[in-house]
Design a protein around this ligand. Structure first.
Ligand SMILES: O=C1O[C@H]([C@@H](O)CO)C(O)=C1O
Length: 578
């Protein structure tokens, strides 16, 4: 009996030692960050994503490009070979804060020189927070030629999401033009001005459907039976719950996305957990990501439409359609119903209501600082500069310098851009945001906002009337290098003595992209605590091209030694030693 007991005791001791060892081993494995290595070749190829043949930029033959899959804390290394023959390149990792690696942000003119044809550039950065992110070209209007994709960062082993689901899927929404980026950019920068117009198609993860039977369309360019334009189809098993990660990288369009007959529960926005709320349709603006939960709980004998519609513009673009396929129905069998028509394009109220509804999940609240050190009010206007149509912030229209700011500032090349700082405000007393300005003229500048390191900054985005009567547009603003707290939204003109009293200090969501609604304002707060130089701009491709952006510098003296690989253009030529 005693002997038996002794044996039992040693046995449990051995078991305990083994268990401790295993625990130790698994802990050391889970904290050991991995390197996720990607090799990409970027080139032009003919593609027919909406059945119409067009030159597109692909990554390893694909557009959208491959989804980057990593785990929180991993280091992502992307070796990008520019095989575009005669075109420069830069790729931005949208939503990744680049803490300690500001030179890897991929913003041409701000954080790096472009990658010239034939060169390979290595992006190396840490993905420090789980969530849904994007990547895309950040050079001229190159993004809309197809160089875009998604990133999915999972939680560390053993950490659970505050919601559950059976399967995880990602889709990217884009809009698609048949004209080349160069024709568009030239039109925007010409006298007379030639606007890009509405896109020809909306693509759901790279698939759309243009009507090839329009008589003016060259039948050799448009082929309705091309397999590249078979509709996007997502197969679901009846009864299961799906986490659908939805990103938008439209060039112009604000979208409403819905799945016929199914509700969606919003659970994540730009990498932050949302206090869950249910929608029938999700409004999504360029540069935003969301996760929604969808339960396949409808009649399983048929398929359903996934439909996406342009809102906020009186668009001629047909709704983008995909198929929500209940297994085992055929994934390409059309649903027996008419696709949902979606919300009215000109109804701002439900869009504002959704923006206001997005709050931080109650268990993941990051409290914002109670006060700010600086308030920058940014009036968004459409203007003229020497007759050219432009967009401006406080009547200053942004021009990209020839020498990237990060290099110019770090190496004290202060003559490389204008030194008079842009204004922190506009003439609030006299400016009528509801009408066309009596004097629409603006000036151009490449000057930047220099923020005191470790201070709290408020940005008030103030919308206004464009140069067209009774017209104010939606602008999705994206901040590089940070997440900001969304303090509040409002209609009309922001009032500094009243509106801050209604800021949300309880559960504001943090985001990196946010809409400013027509004739409205949006208030953000962020900490200037990430040493580097960061763009903040309208994510509409043509609007940023036309000057709708600013640049912030903070803690430049804390930035480590810059890699020479980002240099080689403008004043930085002298530092470039290959
Ligand atoms: O920048 C823009 O120009 C056009 C239009 O205002 C031109 O008249 C438009 O809709 C924009 O967003």
């Amino acid at each position: 009996m005693v002997e038996h007991n002794f044996h039992q005791q040693t046995h449990s001791l051995v078991k305990l030692v083994v268990l401790v060892c295993l625990l130790f081993l698994s802990a050391s494995i889970s904290v050991e960050a991995r390197i996720r290595h990607y090799q990409w070749e970027v080139k032009y190829e003919y593609k027919s994503p909406d059945c119409f043949k067009k030159l597109s930029i692909s990554i390893n033959g694909k557009t959208p490009g491959p989804t980057i899959v990593a785990q929180q804390g991993d280091t992502v290394v992307v070796e990008v070979k520019n095989s575009l023959l005669t075109e420069n390149l830069a790729i931005h990792w949208h939503g990744i804060r680049q803490i300690g690696t500001p030179w890897a942000d991929g913003t041409e003119g701000v954080t790096q020189c472009p990658i010239v044809p034939g060169d390979t550039f290595i992006y190396k950065f840490v993905v420090d927070r789980a969530g849904t992110y994007l990547y895309h070209a950040h050079y001229g209007m190159q993004r809309q030629a197809g160089l875009q994709g998604m990133m999915r960062v999972s939680l560390p082993d053993g950490v659970l999401e505050p919601f559950s689901y059976d399967h995880d899927r990602s889709i990217l929404l884009t809009d698609w033009y048949h004209k080349s980026t160069y024709e568009q950019a030239t039109g925007l920068a010409s006298l007379p001005f030639s606007w890009v117009g509405e896109p020809q198609s909306i693509l759901i993860h790279g698939r759309g459907r243009f009507n090839c039977s329009i008589p003016t369309i060259d039948p050799t360019l448009c082929n309705a039976t091309n397999p590249q334009c078979t509709p996007y189809s997502m197969t679901v098993v009846p009864g299961k719950t799906y986490r659908l990660r939805i990103g938008s990288l439209t060039a112009l369009s604000a979208l409403s996305f819905e799945i016929e007959g199914h509700n969606m529960t919003v659970v994540e926005a730009d990498g932050h957990y949302v206090e869950p709320f249910v929608v029938k349709n999700l409004f999504i603006y360029s540069g935003e990501t969301y996760s929604v939960l969808i339960k396949a709980d409808q009649d399983p004998t048929r398929n359903y439409w996934a439909s996406t519609k342009v809102v906020s513009r009186n668009s001629t673009t047909p709704n983008g359609l995909g198929i929500f396929n209940y297994y085992p129905n055929h994934p390409r069998r059309y649903p027996p119903t008419v696709p949902p028509s979606g919300p009215r394009w000109d109804d701002v109220a439900p869009r504002m209501a959704q923006s206001v509804a997005i709050k931080s999940h109650k268990d993941f609240i990051h409290a914002p600082p109670l006060t700010s050190d600086r308030v920058i009010v940014m009036l968004n206007t459409q203007n003229r500069v020497n007759g050219y149509v432009r967009w401006s912030v406080n009547n200053v229209s942004f021009n990209m310098p020839h020498t990237p700011y990060l290099i110019a500032l770090k190496h004290n090349l202060l003559h490389a851009f204008e030194q008079t700082p842009p204004p922190d405000n506009y003439d609030q007393k006299n400016y009528d945001i509801f009408n066309i300005a009596p004097n629409v003229n603006a000036t151009t500048s490449n000057s930047i906002y220099r923020l005191k390191f470790n201070t709290t900054v408020d940005i008030i985005l103030q919308n206004a009337n464009t140069m067209n009567l009774n017209n104010s547009e939606t602008h999705p603003w994206h901040l590089h290098g940070h997440d900001f707290w969304v303090m509040g939204y409002g209609n009309g003109k922001f009032n500094q003595s009243i509106d801050p009293k209604n800021y949300n200090f309880v559960n504001p969501i943090m985001k990196n992209t946010i809409p400013v609604h027509p004739y409205g304002w949006t208030a953000l707060r962020f900490r200037a605590d990430n040493p580097g130089v960061w763009a903040f701009h309208c994510h509409i491709e043509s609007h940023f091209f036309m000057g709708m952006g600013v640049v912030f510098e903070e803690g430049i003296e804390k930035v480590g030694k810059l890699p020479t690989s980002i240099m080689g253009c403008g004043e930085s030529k002298r530092f470039h030693r290959p």
